[in-house]
Design a binder for this molecule. Structure first.
Ligand code: GLN
Length: 252
């Protein structure tokens, strides 16, 4: 399968719904929140069939220090699932799962340290709190980052046994959208790759849920699911749903 269509950004170009400039702002913005305007998000539950009542009674946390957590909120809204923004350790109480959004993994880890969230978050996930990460979220969950060194250290949660190479699918202007077959869904999902990480190694117990161009792009280890791309953009809800179905029945 070839790469999906690409968008080249020219200076002075008016923002369009799929203009990745907007997304760049969104993904690099720090704790001060900016609007989600200009990005097409799931509009309603119309395309997303509601989940069983047991799942709807759960509260899912969204790490909300940086990145596109707002896009994930829209997905869970469409699925009829309650969410809570997580910005301090007390926000982790009684959650059924945590989402690590796309954004900038270096900023995310520094903010987590600054807001005393790094250790509590790591501890909760190690104790079994289900986690779902997209793009920078995958990086932040991963055990190793290729090229990270003593000179350029990068702290991660280290809860997903794989090694990732940051920005390996190209620079911001090489962002692209494509579809990715997910055998467990018997269908393809819409996938947006923006400075996406490549999964270069994974332990035996890390399953590949989807590959693209022969490379794993969605993986699962126990209750952790992580994607190299952004399913949360363009109204895709099915990977969130797959993760939720896997944690159904877990008591917070
Ligand atoms: N390249 C970013 C990082 O290293 C991830 C980009 C994204 O989330 N779209 O954190």
């Amino acid at each position: 399968m070839g790469r999906g269509s690409r968008w080249a950004l020219s200076v002075g170009e008016a923002p369009k719904p799929r203009n990745f400039c907007n997304l760049a702002v969104l993904l690099t913005t720090s704790i001060r929140l900016r609007t989600l305007s200009g990005i097409r998000l799931p509009e309603s539950g119309a395309r997303a069939a509601k989940l069983p009542l047991s799942v709807n009674s759960l509260t899912i946390g969204l790490l909300a220090l940086q990145g596109d957590f707002g896009a994930h909120v829209k997905v869970f809204d469409a699925l009829g699932v309650k969410t809570r923004l997580v910005r301090s350790p007390k926000d982790l109480e009684s959650l059924a799962g945590i989402v690590i959004p796309g954004g900038e993994s270096t900023v995310m880890s520094r903010l987590c340290e600054r807001y005393d969230l790094l250790e509590p978050l790591r501890e909760r996930i190690n104790e079994g709190l289900p986690a779902f990460g997209t793009c920078a979220g995958l990086i932040f969950l991963a055990k190793n980052i290729e090229g990270a060194s003593l000179t350029f250290p990068q702290t991660t949660l280290g809860v997903l046994d794989c090694t990732v190479a940051r920005n390996a699918y190209g620079a911001q202007r090489e962002s692209f959208q494509t579809s990715v077959e997910v055998p467990e869904l018997n269908d393809a999902v819409r996938a947006t790759f923006i400075r996406a990480p490549r999964i270069v190694a994974q332990d035996e117990d890390v399953e590949t849920l989807a590959s693209w161009n022969g490379e794993a792009v969605v993986v699962r280890q126990n209750k952790i699911v992580a994607c190299a791309f952004h399913p949360e953009i363009e109204g895709e809800t099915r990977l969130h749903r797959l993760w939720l179905e896997g944690i159904e029945g877990d008591t917070p």
